[in-house]
Design a protein around this ligand. Structure first.
Ligand code: SAH
Ligand code: SF4
Ligand code: F3S
Length: 449
């Protein structure tokens, strides 16, 4: 049998096929790659940890900004060399780019044999085999209102934290955002299945889980809210830390604040995307809150939860945003004093309401000025806030060697601050006490006590 590009097809029954997977984008994609790994291992594939040894190379992709797209296109170009191999290698694009670009990806001259959107991973084994057997390019890009992969236990490789997707999709349609188109409608898993997954994780030795959703606090199943879910998960024996990302400020009821405040296993860190500090821009973004609503919520969180760590996402240079409206965002950042912030330049995404309605009219050099200045301001605030921990003794969950210096290790506090410390005999997964001796805007330094 010959494939369409003229190469000999593989006798797929004779050899154990191997996949290699690379993940881009957010934690939801990390989790999805673990699901994909599980689906493929379960159906007889082996995993290759080197792309050159794989029969199928899968890129689990992100569409959220132009830069994310470009990285994947760059990677696909570098895989072009595989065309020269004597045996066919399948290159597959999974995730949000597959879903948002659809056939455009297959019609392009780049090396892509198959695309599968976030709700189509169960069909991956047959798609890969079909491509290898010569059925040509394959696609599976239907979005589902029901798929939650509830019955699949992800195959996790490493780390002291386990991701658990508790809901999928997003119904908010913020006008700048591709996610609702790439991920489809909101749907939640049952409390029971999430607790069961957590129980298995605790049995395997995980002590920290992070509950994930594009809009995690919209979680709702059989009348049970996100706070109900967290309280149920926190009862799993062996678990010490529960985190969650990302909540939407419009959906932060008092029972959720009480849950974070009173449940000792729920970490005192909230990532609360602000996006903008101008009411006109927030309305154009369809965020459903005003700057004042946001500040009121922050006040409640700070009153209710001692030592709460607050982080955020901000977009600068949304269409028509004036310098004055940008200053409103700066003022809000200075007023709230976030522990840290991810600050992005607006990136027009084809198919979104913002792209259809408004021109991306803030000039690149103006966006650059705005982001550079706000990053500097935020860095100053982060540094000041981090310095308050100096001399304090804090408990950290040890992660592993630090990126810069293998003699130093890193771990995280309950509030998700990274602490670098000189290692003695600690292992990943240990909880240890450190005394903070120094701080930068991004990390703390500490000595074991
Ligand atoms: N569901 C999460 C965010 C998912 S995307 C939430 O609503 O909070 C992560 C972040 O990417 C967003 O918070 C936003 O700040 C940023 N983002 C999304 N679309 C963008 C775009 N078109 N341009 C620039 N930044 C964007
Ligand atoms: Fe995108 Fe808004 Fe949904 Fe977040 S809440 S994923 S920013 S549409
Ligand atoms: Fe990117 Fe999709 Fe996540 S667009 S940010 S990988 S939900």
């Amino acid at each position: 049998m010959e494939t369409k590009n003229g190469k000999a097809s593989k006798p797929v029954t004779e050899k154990r096929l191997r996949f290699y997977i690379e993940t881009y984008g957010c934690q939801m994609n990390e989790y999805d790659s673990e699901l994909v790994r599980s689906i493929l291992l379960e159906s007889g594939f082996g995993e290759a940890f080197d792309p050159d040894l794989a029969d199928a190379i899968l890129l689990n992709t992100c569409s959220v900004r132009e830069t994310a797209h470009n990285r994947v296109f760059g990677r696909l170009q570098s895989l072009d060399r595989l065309r020269a191999k004597s045996e066919k290698v399948v290159v597959g694009v999974l995730g949000c780019m597959a879903q948002s670009l659809k056939m455009e990806l297959l019609e392009n001259s780049i090396y892509v044999d198959l695309i599968a959107g976030p709700d189509s991973y169960r069909s991956l084994p047959s798609l890969i085999k079909g491509t290898l057997e010569g059925s040509g390019k394959m696609s599976a890009i239907d979005l589902s209102e029901f798929e939650t992969y509830d019955d699949i236990y992800p195959s996790r490789l490493e780390g002291v934290n386990a991701w658990i997707a508790v809901m999928r999709g997003c119904d908010n349609f913020c006008t700048f955002c591709i996610v609702p188109y790439a991920r489809g409608r909101e749907r939640s898993r049952s409390v029971e299945s999430i607790v069961e997954e957590t129980r298995k994780l605790a049995d395997e030795g995980y002590t920290q889980v992070t509950l994930l959703g594009q809009n995690v606090n919209s979680y709702s199943h059989d009348g049970r809210s996100f706070a109900d879910l967290m309280n149920a998960v926190s009862k799993v024996v062996g678990l010490k830390r529960i985190r969650f990302i990302s909540p939407h400020p419009k959906d932060f009821p008092d029972d959720l604040i009480d849950c974070v405040a009173s449940n000792t296993r729920v970490c005192k860190h909230i990532h609360l995307p602000l996006q903008a500090g101008s009411d006109r821009i927030l309305e154009m973004m369809n965020r459903d809150y005003t700057a004042e609503d946001y500040i009121r919520l922050v006040g409640k969180l700070r009153d209710g939860i001692a030592d709460i760590i607050l982080t955020t996402d901000i977009i600068l240079g949304f269409p028509t945003e004036t310098r004055k409206e940008y200053e409103d965002t700066v003022k809000l950042v200075e007023e709230v004093r976030f522990d840290s912030a991810f600050i992005f330049k607006y990136s027009e995404r084809k198919g979104t309401v913002a792209a259809r309605r408004w021109k991306d009219d803030v000039p690149p050099e103006e966006k650059k000025y705005r982001i550079t200045r706000l990053n500097e301001i935020q860095k100053g605030i982060s540094l000041e806030l981090n310095r308050r921990f100096i001399e304090r003794v804090m408990e950290i969950l040890v992660e592993g060697p630090s990126k810069r210096n293998p003699d130093e290790w890193s771990g995280r506090t309950d509030g998700n601050k990274m602490v670098i410390f000189p290692r003695s005999h600690q292992k990943s997964g240990d909880y240890i006490k450190v005394k903070i001796t120094g701080a930068t805007a991004n990390t703390l330094k500490g000595d074991i006590v």
